[in-house]
Design a protein around this ligand. Structure first.
Ligand code: MRU
Length: 367
């Protein structure tokens, strides 16, 4: 997508061919800064500290992290060490495990002197594959937005509600949940997006709103608690969210608060779609409640970052001094609350049968 008119990805190899550039997403929306990653430790910190975030981008960064490890030391022991360092960076998004498993399998049979080049090439391929998958998700999801537009008699913009940031910033490009919105907007379908602010880290207010603004898509930021009310009053035609891990039975783990939106959508008969690429499906899991849920520091709840009238970015405490906070970062929406899954291969039911129809090659999961 474009930043100030220039095509930009969220991660790209530096010109030296030995380091990786990322956008520091902790600085958005007030500053646009890029950071160079030179070691696997820096890649793991970028994931843990959320300079990069969003399941597909976490996977892409982890793939480059394995490559950076091979640059320093291409031994078998270092493949294991790098795998462990990256695996422990964040627990919920399964794309991380998918990417480092892929790199480990690619690298292990090779001679050590060939490993860096192979890892670098495979990481670049993973990024390109992610872009292609997200673009295809956009094409399939656009059809659902078109249906909503026809249902409204082509008389007004389609109102889509989204939670967290599942836009291009959460992937290498295009996004998952937001890709259909970009494709619909680019195709001339009138559209308006309700953007959940997404406390505690405000990925909706800080990131989704920023990227929609960059692309010129009409949108309005709402407090997390407003979605149910808007649905009761017919102001939401459909919801589209992303996911960090979806079980092979269709249970969806996503940013904390997603479940409440799914409940409200169900109660108001608003379609609730989840957009995801294949690497976000955990073929080993059948019970969403067993997905590891990241617990982050309570200071993300007690404090907020913002821009003062004087133009300074500051961090302020908003919770009474002496009160503590807990911070589960994700929740699980059971499959029965999900209207459909939108994947790069098409749209399916959020169920074992639905996923099997699109991914028959995962035979080990269908025994
Ligand atoms: O904690 P984050 O910002 O990494 O959480 C991101 C989300 O929950 C996204 O909705 C999810 O990763 C899907 S991204 C395409």
């Amino acid at each position: 997508m474009k930043v100030n008119g220039s095509p930009t990805r969220t991660i790209w190899p530096a010109a030296d061919g030995r380091s990786v550039e990322i956008i520091d997403q902790t600085k958005l929306p007030f500053e646009f800064e890029t950071v160079s990653l030179e070691t696997v430790t820096e890649a793991a910190h970028a994931i843990y500290d959320m300079l990069v975030r969003g399941a597909p981008l976490i996977g892409a960064t982890a793939a480059y992290g394995m490559a950076l490890a091979m640059k320093a030391d291409p031994s078998d022991a270092n493949i294991q060490r790098a795998y462990k360092t990256l695996f422990e960076a964040r627990p919920t998004a399964v794309n991380l495990r998918w990417a480092i498993d892929d790199l480990k399998q690619t690298l292990s049979p090779l001679n050590p002197e060939d490993r860096f080049d192979a890892a670098w090439a495979r990481a670049a391929e993973i990024c390109d594959e992610d872009v292609a998958m997200c673009s295809a998700i956009g094409d399939h999801g656009k059809e659902l937005i078109q249906v909503a537009y026809e249902k409204a008699g082509r008389s007004r913009p389609v109102n889509v509600l989204t939670h967290c940031n599942a836009g291009w910033l959460a992937t290498v490009d295009w996004g998952t949940a937001i890709a259909p919105i970009y494709k619909a907007f680019d195709a001339g379908i009138p559209i308006h997006v309700w953007v959940d602010e997404t406390r505690p880290r405000n990925q909706g207010a800080s990131l989704t709103a920023w990227e929609l603004h960059q692309h010129g898509v009409p949108h309005t930021v709402i407090a997390d608690n407003a979605g149910g009310h808007l649905m009761q009053h017919g102001k939401v035609d459909l919801c589209i969210v992303g996911t960090d891990r979806t079980t092979r039975t269709g249970d969806v783990c996503n940013k904390i608060g997603t479940y409440l939106k799914a409940l409200a959508a169900h109660d108001n008969k608003v379609p609730f779609y989840v957009a995801l690429p294949g690497p976000t499906i955990d073929w080993t899991m059948t019970d969403g409640y067993k997905i590891p849920i990241e617990e982050r520091d309570g200071n993300e709840v007690t404090n907020m970052r913002g821009l003062t009238a004087g133009g300074e970015v500051v961090d302020v405490r908003i919770v009474s001094v002496g009160s503590k906070a807990v911070n589960p970062a994700f929740d699980v929406t059971p499959a029965h609350l999900v209207t459909k899954l939108i994947t790069e291969r098409g749209v399916c039911e959020a169920s074992e049968e639905g996923l099997r129809s699109l991914y028959p090659e995962h035979k080990e999961a269908w025994k």
